[in-house]
Design a binder for this molecule. Structure first.
Ligand code: ASP
Length: 330
């Protein structure tokens, strides 16, 4: 049994140039270095086919790079891999994992992991996370669940997981649902399975480059000048509204005008819970913004809504189909 392991850098693969704790760390460890540092991996009976794709901070990952890895993962499962594991930085993991989840068409698990504490520190979490990710990638109960994020022995649905802390090893959580399951000793336990969606098509790199989507957070006492000055060239906009999907009333007409030109998706900046549909009636509330043409982002957080909207736009999806996609995925 084998797993395809793709490495993309991040803290899990960082080390100081002189390997001392005082030295700022940079990406320098290969997949071979990572796997050699994992106690129990050799005894697990799972062979790893390692491909070092890129060693970058995850802030420098792109849609195109992730979709290349998805294509390579598809080839790997066609050639017999039981599953796929990707190691990367944790900063953008909640976005990249969701992108993978939207397009991954196979029953084989696609597992993403990383580390919060780099290998030069006492108690690095990378080796344990990598071992748990490999266990999930080969686990029968994890098949058919799409993309999964495994850190701290917790298994999260890519669709629901958030990075909720900047430095804690317990940074990853699924605030709306909790984890899907856990790795307990060497056993993978799935406690709840989310519904799967039909995979979306993978757009070309050129189409992705054209499909720019802006993200605009609602903030206290914003007079709307910044929103009005949003440069053209964006094909869509995600609004991270207050609470259940509200913005200052001064912004509502501008958002309505934008929604006549491009899809504008309303989400909540709170970090958990959905936007509402028919509760509040003030200017700038969710009912007002929907009347002005904004789309309902449902339970999707602003970052995941942006991933979905960009993917849909890059695939040439029309407005009605974008609305339907958010109704299905949100
Ligand atoms: N800055 C790092 C990255 O995302 C953080 C991490 O990996 O945890 O690449």
């Amino acid at each position: 049994m084998h797993v395809a392991l793709f490495t993309l850098g991040g803290t899990i693969a960082m080390a100081g140039t002189d390997r001392s704790a005082a030295d700022p760390v940079v990406n320098r460890l290969t997949g071979a270095d990572l796997t050699a540092a994992v106690p129990g991996l050799a005894e697990s009976g799972v062979r790893l086919h390692v491909q070092d794709v890129r060693a970058v901070p995850s802030a420098d990952l792109t849609f195109a790079r992730i979709l290349d890895v998805v294509a390579a993962g598809s080839r790997a499962v066609a050639e017999g891999a039981a599953g796929v594991v990707v190691t990367q930085g944790t900063d953008t993991l909640e976005e990249t994992a969701y992108l993978v989840d939207l397009v991954w068409p196979h029953p084989e698990p696609f597992v993403l992991t990383g580390a919060m504490r780099n290998p030069t520190l006492a108690g690095p979490d990378g080796p344990a996370n990598l071992l748990a990710a490999v266990r999930v990638a080969v686990a029968e109960p994890a098949r058919g669940l799409g993309a999964l994020v495994v850190l701290g022995d917790e298994i999260h649905a890519a669709r629901r997981v958030r990075k909720t802390h900047s430095s804690s090893t317990g940074a990853f959580a699924s605030p709306d649902t909790g984890p899907l399951g856990r790795v307990v000793e060497e056993r993978v336990r799935i406690l709840t399975a989310p519904p799967r969606h039909t995979p979306l098509p993978t757009p070309s790199t050129a189409a992705l480059a054209e499909a720019r989507v802006a993200l605009y957070p609602a903030t206290f006492d914003d007079d709307g000048t910044l929103l009005a000055g949003l440069p053209g060239g964006h094909r869509g906009l995600v609004v991270a509204g207050f609470g259940v999907g509200h913005v200052p009333s001064a912004l509502a007409p501008t958002l309505g005008a934008l929604a006549e030109r491009v899809p504008v998706v309303l989400t909540s900046r709170t970090g958990a819970g959905p936007v509402l549909r028919h509760t509040y009636g003030a200017i700038g509330s969710e009912t007002d913004l929907q009347r002005r043409g904004l789309l309902d982002g449902g339970l999707l957080d602003p970052y995941k809504a942006r991933v979905l909207l960009r993917l849909l736009l890059a695939s040439g999806t029309d407005h009605a189909a974008i609305r339907a996609a958010f109704a299905e995925h949100g």
